[in-house]
Design a binder for this molecule. Structure first.
Ligand code: ADE
Length: 236
């Protein structure tokens, strides 16, 4: 999968060189490229923002650098992945977008080319979204119902959630199946050695060797936790 990220703070993404995603990049499974939006400015101050038409607080990101960035990354002459002609998916993180969930991550993990555009300030000139829609499928996606200072942290979270679902990134694919949200429930509790720690014993059933009883206990724990912490997932 090819992933391009455009930001005025590219060093935010240094962390993606670590751990599983770093290994996936080294192995060539994930071709992740981070770009500085200011490289597509042409004035001395490398300006990316300006005051809003109609007045109001804050600054708005100018359309010109975004247009040039999109032309280079997904335009007709772009050095885009040599793929089957699938349109790229262009994602703008925004608190005004659709909610990002495990389902979104699964869906996006099947794409060949994702482009993330990180907004800052009061947002990006609206015409950028219209132009991007001519080049690919545009998605505005929110990490949750709270406001971050910009899209970078949201994109870090999305790239990690999506990247670990690409086949070969997580060594044991079974570990992907048994985690929170994969079956609509929260994950069951886990224990390891020692069997007693500070007077606290591991539940007997897990030491019983009875796989049926263990599976039933884990299911019950999933339901109990989900009911207590996230009744919305059960439609309650
Ligand atoms: N940018 C600012 N807040 C955000 C949020 N909640 N989700 C995605 N991008 C954002």
């Amino acid at each position: 999968m090819r992933v391009d990220v455009v930001s005025i703070f590219p060093s935010y993404f240094d962390g993606l060189a670590l751990s599983l995603l770093g290994k996936a990049r080294d192995a060539g499974i994930l071709d992740l490229r981070v770009h500085d939006l200011r490289d597509w400015t042409h004035d001395r101050h490398r300006t990316v923002d300006d005051t809003p038409y109609g007045g109001g607080a804050g600054m708005v990101m100018k359309p010109e650098p975004w247009g040039l960035a999109l032309d280079e990354l997904v335009g007709v002459s772009a050095d885009a992945p040599a793929v089957t002609g699938e349109r790229p998916t262009i994602i703008f993180p925004s608190p005004a977008g659709e909610l990002f969930t495990q389902r979104t991550a699964r869906e996006l993990a099947m794409r060949e080319h994702l482009v993330f555009g990180c907004g800052r300030y009061e947002g990006i000139d609206e015409r950028v979204f219209e132009y991007a829609a001519e080049l690919g499928e545009v998605r505005l996606i929110s990490l949750g119902d709270y406001v971050l200072n910009g899209g970078e942290v949201a994109v870090m979270a999305m790239v990690e959630a999506i990247g670990r679902l690409i086949p070969g990134v997580v060594g044991n694919p079974e570990s992907l199946v048994e985690e929170s949200h994969e079956d609509g429930l929260l994950e069951y509790p886990s224990y390891t050695k020692p069997s007693v720690w500070r007077d606290r014993a591991v539940p007997d059933v897990l030491l019983s060797g009875n796989h049926g009883a263990i599976a039933a206990w884990r299911r019950e724990q999933q339901l109990e936790r989900t009911r207590a912490r996230r009744p919305d997932l059960l439609g309650e």
